[in-house]
Design a binder for this molecule. Structure first.
Ligand SMILES: CC(C)(COP(=O)(O)OP(=O)(O)OC[C@H]1O[C@@H](n2cnc3c(N)ncnc32)[C@H](O)[C@@H]1OP(=O)(O)O)[C@@H](O)C(=O)NCCC(=O)NCCS
Length: 234
């Protein structure tokens, strides 16, 4: 099979384009290594109108203790959800790495990193709700539990504000949803923010635009959003 160079295609908008016409498993071999980190999967390219005909490569990888270090500060040491007591004392990479290691042992993959041209540009963190001791501080119940098949999405962020609003957040969320569906979970829940766009997981309208419904408004500022995950066809 002859692979087309990644930059071929019709570039008419500044939105993301899928690479469905290319064998995704092989496409990484045709790109400079600096633009696709080891083990990451290319999911699409993104035309940047300011770069003219040059494209930007979007890739995704599972989050583990090593990849965590590719995130910029303070994200890579932020333990806001995972360890509120430690969070009070500032960023703590050791605590976060330990949390990721233990969560991966108990639950499996618990996050994704999105790369733009080889640089970490976004990040999502998820897992069983009992692994996030900050949840009760939101006074929003009932947050779904793993025994009922619900996974909690604690954080989803596109790091550079200039890269927001171009479809990257949607891509990242879709990868989280695909991961959880593939693993047979029944739902994903998150505490979104009613109005403000700046929140650990993002604004309510972002989740509504991605199929989530409001499960509870017990805390009106932070509605609990839920997406039921239909099982994959046999
Ligand atoms: C929320 C966030 C992840 C969304 O990612 P994004 O790349 O900007 O969003 P997308 O371009 O993929 O938008 C997807 C959809 O959500 C909607 N949307 C995204 N951000 C929105 C916002 N702030 N308000 C309303 N709708 C929004 C878009 O209109 C789009 O809808 P469409 O599919 O119907 O066109 C991103 O804006 C972000 O990281 N915000 C900051 C969050 C933050 O401060 N986190 C703190 C971490 S500690």
């Amino acid at each position: 099979m002859v692979l087309k160079p990644i930059y071929e295609g019709e570039f008419t908008t500044s939105r993301l384009k899928p690479i469905s016409h290319i064998d995704r498993t092989q496409v990484s071999d045709h790109l400079p290594k600096s633009r696709v980190p080891r083990g990451a999967r290319v999911i699409c390219w993104h035309e940047d109108p300011w770069l003219g005909s040059m494209s930007r490569i979007v890739a995704i990888a599972d989050l583990d203790e090593e990849r965590l270090l590719e995130l910029p500060s303070p994200c890579r040491g932020c333990v806001y959800w995972e360890a509120p007591d430690a969070f009070e004392k500032g960023p703590n990479e050791a605590v976060k790495r330990d949390w990721i290691r233990k969560t991966r042992e108990q639950f499996g993959n618990c996050g994704k990193i999105l790369y733009l041209d080889g640089q970490a540009a976004g990040y999502a963190l998820y897992g069983p709700s009992n692994r996030f001791p900050a949840i009760p501080t939101y006074r929003s119940i009932p947050v779904g539990e793993l025994r009922d098949g619900a996974v909690f999405l604690a954080c989803l962020v596109i790091l550079d504000s200039n890269s927001r609003g171009k479809g990257l957040g949607k891509r990242l969320l879709q990868e989280v949803i695909s991961d959880l569906r593939r693993r047979g979970f029944a739902a994903v829940e998150t505490l979104a923010r009613a109005e403000d766009a700046n929140n650990p997981s993002g604004p309510r309208r972002f989740y509504e635009a991605n199929g989530f419904r409001t499960k509870s408004v017990q805390n009106p500022e932070f509605p609990l959003m839920r997406l039921d995950l239909p099982p994959l066809p046999e």
